[in-house]
Design a protein around this ligand. Structure first.
Ligand code: PRX
Length: 634
């Protein structure tokens, strides 16, 4: 901790003067002031830092709330700013991506090389009939082809729907079906934690449940034999070497309207199936570009590492798009942090000279367990800034990270945001004092509040619902194919306010402290899952009549999945059945969804109208008050 005087309360870590002075935003107060006085002017200025085919005539159109539009009539394509504008300059020879496979391979791409591959693959997509507005499902391991596939879709104006490679059959099938994807891009497999995940087999099984996609493109990663269906399945490397696409360098980036969709990304909510969150070419690129620039202070010579997976919003915004929009060099690693030893990450920070490192509280807690000897064995002196995302970070993990990884000289940017927000919303900047466990203050122009059940702001220190009161460019535009659900889910509890789904409190310095989800979303190790999706995976097992899933606190994972299961007549509880159910959930949903604990019960607490009262189950499990149970059916 620095010993500078401070008017702030509690455990305060002051900005490191050498870092703050040279930061991209050395005086954040000017930004807060500018954006609060003139929100549109602020974003107009930031959007002009990027290139456009045609400028906007109006920054914000709020005439049809909550369907906000940004950069009206502006023409762009995120690829124009992620690749095209860099290859026209000296940056063409700068590294865009450094990649290490779990099995030790190294691949690097300059901006020129990445652009060449993306352009080439765009030609493949075009020749397969993919064009503006078509949906493409991308289901890949953490390999460079994930970048190439996403960027090529964007380049031809197709809408990508990336499904996390840790999801399995039913999760994948549901997302393919709902998006109506015409094409799937996958791999024979990927390496994770010393094992091979057989992605193509999972795709094959998912495709037996749907008639949708016409084609599958398969990247060869592991070399293990896979089923290739003639006329449907094609090898990526074969398509990329076809003469048909050799002149693909002629593929021009499609001119898109600022409001045209760039991607959909499925995420879990309170009820029903996962929702496809829609993000656009215009506002999203501006929000992601500006936040990464300001918060993580990317400098031309920096090497940035975000440990997320491209299959989640963190990967979309801050592995692929944000760094490229900033002309930065990113590092991506394919595998797990403890393979073969718990210093794999620290060794790569030293090996590649990483300057900025952005990860999750779960990963930090997991690596903390192995002790500080592992990070201490490596030269981590290149690090300048650290970051955390995905769940509240407990102060103990924050301090361990600060001391053992950042050597007490790297500020930690704890960034609060969501799939729906597209970009950071509550976050420090290098020149903002931090407090362990707080994401600090809303980003410039983000107007947040904490309100009670009636929508009235709560007092300092009190807990309430986190809401956002003004639109921002990277905000979701709608739920794909379900605009009513968009209004219902986010804008109906408190009219005129975006409901984040989190509870939080604000301290006397205006710093935000996120407590956690107040709905049926479970953040297992920072991964977002919904009770409804999990419960439907349970009842797809022949022995299960009904189930209720809740999240309970867990030392490492933050929150873990607990399931209460009513069996169908003729099935008896047993250890073997518990194992079978765990296996079934992993098969249908993915290994991250494996329940911590399964308990067989005879009944579930329900309201008289038949809704399961998960709140009551949770209270009972935690041994706390069940609250108001007047609606509970006896
Ligand atoms: O509960 C909050 C938690 O993650 C949720 C959003 O999850 P997802 O859409 O998967 O996006 C995760 C990556 C942006 C939020 O509603 N969350 C995210 N970041 C933080 C956080 N909770 C506390 N502190 C954070 N920094």
């Amino acid at each position: 901790m620095s010993d500078q005087p401070s008017s702030l309360h509690g455990d305060v870590y002051h900005p490191v003067p050498e870092i703050a002075r040279q930061a991209n935003v050395p005086n954040p107060e000017l930004y807060y002031k500018e954006a609060s006085e003139d929100l549109e002017g602020y974003w107009d200025r930031r959007a002009k830092e990027l290139e456009w085919y045609a400028p906007w005539t109006k920054v914000l159109d709020d005439s049809n709330k909550p369907f906000f539009k940004w950069f009206i009539d502006g023409k762009t394509n995120i690829v124009l700013n992620a690749l095209d504008r860099h290859v026209k300059t000296w940056r063409r020879n700068k590294l865009a991506l450094i990649w290490e496979g779990e099995t030790g391979e190294l691949r690097t791409f300059s901006y020129h090389a990445l652009n060449r591959e993306v352009t080439h693959f765009s030609g493949v997509l075009r020749s397969m009939g993919i064009s503006k507005g078509d949906r493409v499902t991308i289901y890949l391991p953490r390999i460079p082809e994930a970048w190439i596939a996403m960027l090529a879709c964007a380049k031809v104006g197709a809408v990508h729907s990336v499904v996390y490679g840790g999801f399995s059959v039913e999760a994948l099938h549901g997302r393919i079906e709902d998006s109506g994807s015409r094409l799937i891009i996958t791999a024979d497999g990927g390496y994770m934690g010393g094992k091979i995940v057989e992605l193509k087999n999972i795709v094959d099984e998912a495709l037996t449940r749907t008639a949708h996609p016409e084609n599958v493109i398969v990247v060869r990663r592991t070399g293990k034999p896979v089923n290739m269906e003639a006329g449907r399945d094609f090898w990526y490397h074969e398509l990329m070497s076809l003469p048909l696409t050799r002149n693909a360098s002629k593929v021009e980036t499609e001119v898109m309207d600022a409001e045209d969709p760039l991607f959909i990304l499925y995420t879990s909510g309170t009820t029903g199936k996962p929702k496809a969150i829609v993000h656009t070419h215009g506002g999203y690129q501006v929000g992601v570009y500006a936040t990464l620039h300001d918060v993580f202070d990317l400098k031309e010579e920096d090497r940035w590492w975000c440990t997320a997976d491209p299959g989640w919003i963190t990967g979309h915004s801050y592995i692929v798009y944000g760094p490229l929009l900033n002309g930065a060099t990113s590092f991506m690693y394919e595998g797990g942090p403890t393979y073969p030893f718990p210093d794999r990450w620290w060794s790569m920070i030293a090996k590649y000279g990483i300057n900025i490192f952005y990860t999750t509280p779960t990963a930090i807690r997991g690596l903390m367990r192995f002790g500080e000897a592992w990070p201490n064995r490596h030269d981590l002196s290149t690090l300048r800034l650290l970051g955390s995302v995905g769940e509240p970070i407990n102060p103990e993990a924050w301090r361990w990270f600060h001391k053992n990884v950042g050597k007490e000289k790297c500020p930690i940017m704890d960034t609060w945001w969501q799939t729906e927000t597209g970009a950071f919303m509550i976050t420090p900047m290098p020149a903002i004092p931090t407090k362990p466990g707080s994401a600090t203050r809303p980003y410039p122009g983000v107007e947040m509040d904490i309100v009670d059940e009636k929508g009235v702001p709560v007092k300092t220190g009190e807990e309430g619902f986190l809401v956002i009161k003004k639109p921002w460019p990277a905000m979701m535009r709608t739920i794909y194919n379900d605009p009513e659900r968009y209004v219902q889910t986010y804008w109906s509890k408190f009219p005129g306010m975006y409901l984040a789904g989190d509870s939080a409190r604000r301290d006397e310095d205006g710093y935000y402290w996120i407590i956690g989800r107040v709905d049926d979303v479970i953040k297992v190790s920072g991964y977002r899952l919904g009770t409804a999706e999990l419960e439907s995976a349970f009842v797809s097992h022949h022995a299960v009549a009904e189930t209720a899933v809740i999240g309970l606190p867990h030392e490492l994972k933050g929150v873990a999945i607990h399931a209460y299961v009513i069996l169908k007549a003729g099935h008896e509880p047993s250890e073997a059945l518990i194992e079978e159910l765990r296996h079934h959930i992993a098969h249908e949903m993915g290994p991250i969804a494996k329940p911590e604990r399964i308990e067989f019960v005879k009944s579930l607490p329900k309201t008289r109208s038949g809704k399961i009262m998960r709140r009551v189950l949770k209270a009972r499990a935690l041994g706390i008050s069940e609250g108001d149970i007047s609606t509970l059916e006896e």
